[in-house]
Design a protein around this ligand. Structure first.
Ligand code: NDP
Ligand code: AKG
Length: 374
């Protein structure tokens, strides 16, 4: 199927999906977007709408698959999808609103896709989409939504996952040293929730730089810098290091909370920690997972640890409340983290393999119940 100028559109296909890859263009407003609806056996697919200038179809597919596994692992009545709007998220607000509203209209016929916030979009953007087509999650509280990023749903889940995983590496969160790559919605809230449980943040990075302090960084001071549009590397005190060096900062728990493939074959051996809890989506390559396993670093996969946002989104979709969302996140992520690490230990296998089995066995059961399996 592939030609020299166009990739094979079925290259990603396997027994799970994707069910649709849709390219969207509205030239009059400069909209260019891709939606990957991976699998809808469990119900309409929920997945973030990302705004970024540089995401490939392959990356969008990997993100959609992560949503399929995440939603299945959590037993949600939703399939997995992801979308990317190719644009600079820092564009002027009026232009962004026009683009997002155009995106909403372009996805209107894709009834099996429910968009949520992701990197470069937020609850306001979801409000615009809902206003256009009556379908989005992670809505502003004023619209009856659960503002996922404001309440730190994903960061809370990451902290729960870390708390359950810690004893598997003989660690207590009390006094545990934590490094976080990315200080956005996930990174900041994960840092805060872990600090509440006694851990201390000893290293953090954003796009512009990284800062470390073995005695602990002040999270509120870092948050103030970000609110003022500055980099965490402008923090007073501590030591500025390069972004590439963050991976080697001595700590107990290393949390990727930024872009894909942060941990790769060429840098993962530099990790100096016992536990990795994946806040970002697809932050470790397959090779990196295997190297961590060989080196005895326990790695909790993204679709287990970072499900807090989508669990809250599903609760919102079903008409539930913020306290109900927190309770479900704690229960589902705690249980999935424990089952993943126990099964990995029993099988002598990397946690990502145990977690994939856990998610796909639930998914296959749902696929068997659907007519279109035949
Ligand atoms: N928000 C959510 O509920 C969920 C998010 N995720 C995933 O978590 C990750 C982060 O999402 P979210 O926090 O919402 O995104 P945000 O845009 O709020 O934050 C991303 C952070 O990562 C930083 N960053 C980007 N690139 C780099 C880099 N190369 N090195 C270091 N830091 C970098 C950004 O820096 P700067 O501040 O300078 O821009 C920013 O601080 C993504 O992979 C996302 O898909 C997964 C589940 C749910
Ligand atoms: O934003 C949402 O609704 C779902 C969260 C999401 O996209 C993710 O977990 O990556």
């Amino acid at each position: 199927m592939a030609t020299d100028s166009f990739p094979d559109p079925f290259a990603f296909g396997d027994e799970i999906g994707p069910s649709k890859i849709v390219y969207l263009q509205t030239p009059s407003v400069g909209l260019r977007a891709i939606v990957v609806i991976d699998n809808v056996a469990a119900g309409p697919a929920i997945g973030g709408a990302r705004m970024a200038p540089d995401v490939s179809v392959n990356e969008c597919f990997r993100l959609a698959r992560a949503m399929t596994l995440k939603n299945a692992a959590c037993g949600l009545r939703h399939g997995g999808a992801k979308s990317v709007i190719f644009a600079d998220p820092l564009m002027p607000r009026a232009e962004k609103e026009q683009l997002i509203r155009a995106f909403a209209n372009a996805i209107a016929p894709l009834h099996e896709y429910i968009p949520g916030p992701d990197m470069g979009t937020d609850e306001t953007a979801m409000g615009w989409i809902h206003d256009e087509i009556g379908r989005a999650v992670g809505l502003p509280a004023e619209m009856g939504g659960i503002p996922l990023d404001f309440i730190g749903a994903t960061g809370f889940g990451v902290a729960i996952s870390a708390a359950v995983a810690a004893p598997f590496v003989g660690l207590s969160l009390q006094g545990a040293r934590v490094v976080v790559q990315g200080f956005g919605a996930v990174g900041e809230h994960a840092s805060r929730y872990l600090e509440k449980r006694g851990a201390r943040l000893v290293g953090v990075a954003d796009i512009a730089g990284a800062i470390v302090d073995a005695d602990g960084l002040n999270i509120e001071a870092l948050a103030q810098l970000k609110r003022a549009g500055k980099s965490v590397s402008e923090y007073r005190g501590g030591r500025v290091i390069s972004n590439e060096s963050l991976v080697a900062v001595p700590c107990d728990i290393w949390i990727p909370a930024a872009r894909p493939d942060a941990l790769r074959a060429d840098n993962v051996a530099r990790l100096d920690c016992r536990l990795v809890v994946q806040g970002a989506n697809v932050p470790a390559t397959r090779e990196a997972e295997l190297i961590m396993f060989e080196r005895g670093v326990v790695s909790v996969p993204d679709f287990i640890a970072n499900a807090g946002g989508v669990v809250a989104a599903a609760v919102e979709y079903a008409g539930g409340s913020i306290p109900a969302a927190f309770a479900e996140i704690e229960e589902k992520i705690g249980l999935n983290t424990r089952m993943t690490l126990e099964r990995a230990r029993e099988a002598g296998a990397p946690p990502v393999d145990a977690a994939t089995k856990l998610a796909t066995s639930r998914l296959r059961r749902m696929m068997e119940l659907r007519r279109w399996r035949v």
